[in-house]
Every structure is written in structure tokens, then in C-alpha cells.
Write a protein that binds this ligand. Structure first.
Ligand SMILES: Nc1ncnc2c1ncn2[C@@H]1O[C@H](COP(=O)(O)OP(=O)(O)OP(=O)(O)O)[C@@H](O)[C@H]1O
Length: 300
């Protein structure tokens, strides 16, 4: 499937109760349909705010966000959103919640998928008696049962044990592969994202710092080690000097001479941590993530 799953244009959000500060500011990016996207960033970066704006639970203070080519409200039946506070009814049982999911989504409900995900849960247990991880499992069962075209997940794996995390991540990826579902998933667990997500959005201080295909973002950077010397013409994201030795994460602006430097491609963790330690490093959006590049290409 081609097309755009999520597109933000000058998106900004200011909470009224926040004394005038911006939670998200000047965010413009595009995410293609079918992407499995990691939404990374430190505490308070704006990840939950971005997901709630996409889900239509918040209205932008400025700019716009479009989901599947529509407003968030217009795309509501085609998306599922699992917030950190799970939208479950505490007085209902697991079986009743699944029944409610089917009733609320007539014609689209995928009973087998929902049952498969919820299978380890005791069907007659009330939601209020479930552990945090069990509630997450039930919320994911309800979200996937809706057979959404886009799934917005706010730290879905945070309270799951390693086995449940592995199993549910596998179920999510199988769903994405089978139905070309777009998944946007925030997480602080970097190794949970590595190897799973083909796209990355790094948010910090309410701004987009990196956006695009994970492979392209990694390939655009190099970890250099060598004697202290000028790093021009490369863009330096972060550099450290120990005695006469320089270690730097740079964006290549031309060939890197192997006679001068030892070079390796950074890991996802190297890339994210270097950007978070260097808030002054310029943002990088790959061409597919840059809405302006796309406009220029389609206008040509
Ligand atoms: N309801 C709210 N009212 C006022 N300020 C808010 C509200 N929700 C979030 N904020 C503020 O907006 C900023 C972004 O918060 P957000 O929850 O989006 O970050 P986050 O990246 O999801 O953080 P975390 O990783 O800790 O969940 C923070 O400074 C936060 O204090």
C-alpha cells in the first residue's frame, strides 16, 4: 500500500494549564502508510501529546495533523489508539469487554484476532482485578480486533513481562505484515524498537529531531574515531575528545577517508542518545518524511 498515514504541518500544542509553554511546536513530517514507526524521545518530549493529537483526543493550538488523508475525527473508525491510561470499563469482565468491542465495531470486528491476543486472560475476571500488563493485553486485543489501518500505541509494552512483550510484539508485527497496518509506537525501551521498526520519529523538547526510514537515518550518520582534527565538511552531531583521540557522531557531507578515521555505522541507541545529548544538532528528515520535499517532487 502506498500513500500517507500521518502528516503534520506546523503542528503545535499548548496546554491551557501549562502556563503558556508549548508541549509540541512547529512539527512537520510525513509517515508513509504501512510503516512501523518508533516514536522515541525523553520524558516530557511530547510523544503522548503527538499521539493524542493524531487520535483526535486533543485539538492542535496551531497547524494541522492529517490521518489517512483525513482529519483525525474523519479517520476515527479506521484507527485504533491505546493511550497510557487504558480505555477499559473496570466493572466489565474480559469477555464482556470483547463483546463490547464487537458491538461497537459492527462489520469490521476481527473476533479471531481479538480472542487470540486476549486468550491468556481469564474470561470471567473483571477488568478492575487485572494487573497492569493484563489490561495492556486486553486493550491491544480490542485495538487489533478493530482491524485498524493505523494503530497508535503510547508505550504499549511498558508494563508487560519480557515473555508477554515478546509475544505481543510478535502479534503486532504479524498484524502489520499481513494487513499493511501502519503502527506508531512510543517507547523508552530502545532495544524493543531496534530491528522491529522500519521508521523513526525522534521528538525532543516538543520538536521533531529525526524522522524517516530507520535504515536511511542510520546510514546518513557515521561514528568516527581518530586523532583530533577538523571534522569539516561533515555536520557534527556530537563529539568527544579523550587525550589525542576524537570520537564523533557526524552526518556525512561527502566521503570519509578511511586513512584518517576508523568508521562504523551507529546503532539506533548511539543515534538517539547522541541527538538527545546534543539539542543544538540540526533536525534531519529523510526525503520521504519531509512533507515539503514531497510537495516539491509532486509539483515538478
Ligand atoms: N494535560 C496536560 N496539561 C498540561 N501540560 C501537559 C499535559 N499533558 C502533558 N503536558 C506537558 O506537555 C509536555 C509534553 O508531555 P507529553 O506527555 O506529551 O510527553 P511524553 O514525551 O509523552 O512524556 P513521557 O515519556 O514522560 O510519557 C510536558 O512538558 C508535559 O508536562
Amino acid at each position: 500500500m502506498t500513500g500517507t498515514a500521518l502528516e503534520a504541518d506546523g503542528l503545535g500544542m499548548k496546554y491551557r494549564s501549562r502556563g503558556g509553554g508549548w508541549a509540541l511546536r512547529d512539527c512537520s513530517f510525513r509517515l508513509p502508510a504501512g510503516a512501523v514507526c518508533a516514536l522515541a524521545g525523553p520524558n516530557g518530549a511530547g510523544k503522548s501529546t503527538l499521539l493524542a493529537l493524531a487520535a483526535g483526543f486533543l485539538r492542535p493550538t496551531e497547524g494541522a495533523i492529517r490521518v489517512l488523508g483525513s482529519t483525525p475525527a474523519g479517520a476515527r473508525t479506521r484507527m485504533a489508539y491505546v493511550a497510557q491510561e487504558k480505555p477499559l470499563y473496570p466493572q466489565l469482565t474480559v469477555a464482556e469487554m470483547l463483546w463490547a468491542g464487537a458491538e461497537l465495531n459492527p462489520g469490521i470486528w476481527d473476533r479471531d484476532t481479538a480472542r487470540r491476543i486476549a486468550e491468556p486472560l481469564p474470561a470471567t475476571a473483571k477488568v478492575r482485578t487485572l494487573s497492569g500488563g493484563q489490561r495492556t493485553r486486553l486493550a491491544l486485543a480490542l485495538a487489533l480486533g478493530k482491524r485498524p489501518e493505523i494503530l497508535l500505541l503510547d508505550e504499549p509494552m511498558a508494563d508487560l513481562d519480557p515473555l508477554a512483550r515478546h509475544q505481543l510484539m510478535g502479534a503486532l508485527m504479524a498484524e502489520a505484515a499481513e494487513h499493511a497496518t501502519t503502527i506508531v509506537m512510543s517507547s523508552h525501551i530502545l532495544n524493543e524498537l531496534e530491528g522491529v521498526c522500519d521508521h523513526l520519529l525522534l521528538v525532543d523538547g516538543g520538536r521533531i529531531r529525526l524522522a524517516g526510514e530507520t535504515d536511511e537515518l542510520l546510514a546518513a550518520h557515521t561514528l568516527l574515531t581518530g586523532p583530533v582534527r577538523d571534522l569539516a565538511p561533515h555536520t557534527v552531531v556530537e563529539s568527544r575528545t579523550t587525550g589525542r583521540q576524537l570520537t564523533a557522531l557526524v552526518r556525512k557531507e561527502g566521503p570519509v577517508d578511511p586513512a584518517d578515521w576508523e568508521t562504523v555505522e551507529p546503532s539506533l541507541e548511539d543515534l538517539l542518545l547522541a541527538h538527545l545529548r546534543s539539542p543544538e544538532a540540526p533536525a534531519l528528515l529523510t526525503p520521504s518524511a519531509d512533507a515539503r520535499t514531497r510537495e516539491a517532487v509532486s509539483a515538478a
